[in-house]
Design a binder for this molecule. Sequence first.
Ligand SMILES: [Cu+2]
Length: 315
Amino acid sequence: MATPEAPAGSTRTEPNHGLRIFLIWLPLAVVADLLIWFLWKPHMPPGTMTSSAEHQQFDIAFMAVLCAPVLLFVWTYGAYALVNWHHRAGDEEDGPPIHGNAKIQATWIGATAVIVLGLFVFGTVELIVPAGAGAGEGPQPIWKPNTTNLLEVQVIGQQWAFTYRYPQFGGMESSTLFLPDHQTVEFHVTSLDVIHSFWPYKLGVKADANPGVDNIAYTTTQQTGTFRVQCNELCGLWHGAMFNYGHVVTRAAFQTWARGVQLKEARNGILRALPPYSTTYDPTVIPQLGASIVKIDGITGGAGYYYPPQDPVTP
Ligand SMILES: [Cu+2]
C-alpha cells in the first residue's frame, strides 16, 4: 500500500502574507486619512456656523478617519487574496485542514474591542461637551453651556410655519429667525398643534417641537450667514413646505433688528395681544384677551397662521 504524499501546501514555504498585506495597507490608510482630514473635512456638513455644527463636522470627519483604514484593510485583503490565492490551472488539491490561530484571533478581538469601546467613550464625551450636541434635552437640560449670557429664543411650530419669540425683547414675535454672532442661544422649542421638529441644520441643531412641551437646545453662533429652518417631523399635508430662512448677523445689526421689531409690535398692539410669555405656548388664550384682537393685522387667534409670515424689520 502506497503511503499518501504530504500535501504540497504543507511543504511549500510561504512568505509572510500578514506583513505584506500590512505594508500595502499602511500607506493607503495614511494617505486616505490625510485626504479626509485636510481636504474633505472643511467641506463636510453641517459646516461651522455654530459651535454644535462644528462639533458635528469634527465628529463626522473623525469617524471617517477611523472607518477608512478598516474599509481599506478589507479591500486590500480581498485584492491580495484574489491575486495570490486564486485557483491555479492543474492544481486539484485541497488546502491544508487548518483551524485556530491564536495570534489572529487575539488581534481581531483586541482591535475590534478597542475601536468599539473607544467610540463609546468618544460619543459620550462629544454629547456632553457641546451641551447636548445641539439636540433638544427637554425642559430640564442635563448638560448646560458654561455661560450665563444666553439669548433665549422660543421656537413655535404650527401647521405649517415656524415663528420665533424673544422673551428678552418684550416677548416680541417674528416669522424670521435672527441671531447675533458669537452668542450662546437657548432655544425653547414648542408647538401649537401637532409634533414638528425644529431643524436649522447649518446651526447643528435639531429639536422636537411637541405641544405643551418646552424642549431646550443650546448652540453658540460663530459665523454670520443665512441658514434654512426645516421641519423634520411629518406634520401634515404641507410638512414639506414648512421651512423658512434664518440669519446670523452682527451683534449690532441684531440689536437694531430686535429693538425695531419690539418697537413696531408695541406700536401696532401686537405685543399687548400676544399671550404673556411662557415656556409653552397656548394661542387659545388670545381670544380671551379682548375683542380688539381680530382688528390686529396678522393675529387671528384661530386655526391657521397665528402670526403669519411677513417681512420683519430687516437689519
Ligand atoms: Cu412641521
